[in-house]
Write a protein that binds this ligand. Sequence first.
Ligand code: F6R
Length: 240
Amino acid sequence: MRIIQCQSTQEAVELTASIMLEKVFSYPDAKIGLATGRTMEPVYEKFSHLVNDSKASLNGNFFFMLDEYKGFTINHASTFQYYINKHFVGPLKLTSDQIAFPPAHLSDGGENYEKLIKKKGGVDLQLLGIGRNGHIGFNEPGSMKNSRTRFVKLTEETLFANQDQFTDQIPTEALSMGIGTIMEAQSLLMLATGKSKADPIKYLLNHHDDPNCPATFLKDHPHFTLVLDPEAASKINLKI
Ligand code: F6R
């Protein structure tokens, strides 16, 4: 596990976006897994600027979304599809055949998505945020290390943290890549910013393979990079 403590949130965001850019530069057919959430908004903005400024072509790249709420119509304003179209697909002018969303409207959506990931050759770089309760994707506490893409029940805590995403309807479930699925990506890149992430980051660094904090499972991954801003790193004490 590689931990990078940045001097500011901006530096952490820019570093994350530049690691993504480096991936698409070095592997023009790289498959990138995307996360949503507040943490990723400035990353996607920066990444879009870097791509547009460098005139890099993303024509050969493919993107997989990590998770999606169940029960909404396609592209409803509360869906991650809507979010990613707004913050990523639109600014980067990607075509609809360059991105896949977990098909939360299908009862066998998990199986379908796993097949698609395999068919495309797997994920090269998986971008991740971390929930205040240590979730990754929507693998809430109690999730198994070998879990695959499946429907998961959302906790009260997660619904509360994400309440500003909901307008007319509050979801109870989501289709999320499993921890086993995430662990199969070639490399993992997690970004944590802000003081609400200080406790989960402290827990992550002090525990291992702990289902109470699913992010701890990732520490076994051979290429796991954790990027922190000063607030997210404020409760840890790393000797440099
Ligand atoms: C989103 C996702 C979640 C978020 C996490 C942090 O696709 O999978 O695990 O990364 O809930 O969300 P923010 O960034 O809003 O704090």
